[in-house]
Ligand binder design. Structure first.
Ligand code: SD4
Length: 309
């Protein structure tokens, strides 16, 4: 889609693609402008690599970027000053792995993958997840940057807990890949909401809420206020709607609409993205400002998502 300008609507893009290709593969789509992450995932897919390896590689980019304040290293801490991380991953066989409330490990997505591949469990939490990571050879590191500490100090002056719409440089990454084999995988990783209560876990590591992959149907992932996404089991609902034949764009819209029954709907943002087996894409949000990074054989596109409000 090079030559269409850097911003385009998803409808235009879908039209353009359906005119030129039947199954668009490989491809990668991620929440927000995670350009470097999708490019990294693309490098894996273009040489015939597995979607699982691609989404893991992509998710690791913001995890180690100190400038990204909502994922991994540099992520904003909880109100007590601890950076606590959530991540999950699903492969084309329906396997799933997750870590919640993990501290001092730079790459929770890779720990989640080890949970999936090396244990009989799906979720490991807190100290147990940390112990497992160390056993697996991950290094313990300080993830609290000076910038994040300063942001916490500034927040403490008022100590007002209010998730801010779009403005937290929301870069939590949910990333979905369709490989040359036609297989789907997905990954989602975050430091959660800035200045959250200690022990709080969001949607991102919850299978079905922050991420869901069904290789027969499609995949979906979420960003924004995790509490809202969990209540609606957002990603699973999108995959189920696609299973009934809905286009990913319509399914994301329908899932976004379901958020309207939440009482605090005027105070938060949620964004959903999805892909089906044909490589058709969807992105929809509760309010304006959400975007998705897409990469295909035709290059990189930053998609401006439509929104309910
Ligand atoms: C959470 N969904 O922990 C995450 C936050 C997020 O961009 O997406 N931030 O609720």
């Amino acid at each position: 889609a090079i030559g269409m300008g850097s911003l385009t609507s998803l409808d235009q893009l879908s039209e353009w693609f359906s005119a030129f290709a039947k199954i668009r593969k490989p491809l990668v789509i991620a929440t927000w402008n995670n350009k470097k992450a999708v490019e990294t995932a693309w490098d894996v897919l273009k040489s015939g690599g597995r979607a699982l390896d691609a989404v893991e590689a992509g998710a690791r980019i913001p995890e180690s970027d100190p400038e990204d304040t909502s994922v991994g290293y540099g992520g904003f801490p909880d109100r007590d000053g601890f950076v606590t991380l959530d991540a999950c991953i699903m492969d084309e066989l329906g396997n799933a792995g997750s870590v919640v409330f993990l501290e001092k490990i730079m790459h929770p997505i890779s720990v989640a993958r080890r949970v999936m591949e090396k244990t009989p469990h799906v979720i490991l939490a807190g100290a147990g997840a940390h112990q497992f990571a160390i056993e697996q050879g991950f290094k313990e590191e300080n993830l609290l940057t000076e910038k994040a500490q300063k942001a916490l100090d500034a927040w403490r002056i008022k100590s007002e807990y209010k998730p801010k719409i779009n403005v937290e440089r929301h870069d939590t990454i949910g990333i979905l890949g369709l490989d040359q084999n036609g297989d789907l995988s997905g990954a989602c990783t975050t430091s959660g909401l800035a200045f959250k209560m200690r022990g709080r876990v969001g949607d991102s590591p919850i299978i079905g809420a922050g991420l869901y992959v069904d290789n027969e149907v499609g995949a979906a992932t979420a960003t924004g206020l995790g509490e809202a996404v969990i209540k609606k089991v957002g990603s699973f609902s999108i995959v189920e709607m696609m299973r009934q034949g809905m286009h990913p764009e319509k399914a994301c819209k329908a899932a976004a609409k379901r958020l309207l029954t939440i009482k605090s709907k005027d105070e938060f943002q949620v964004g959903y993205i999805a892909v089906n087996k044909k490589g058709e894409l969807g992105a929809w949000a509760l309010r304006p400002g959400f975007e998705a990074a897409v990469i295909t054989q035709d290059g990189f596109q930053l998609i401006k998502a439509n929104s309910i409000f």
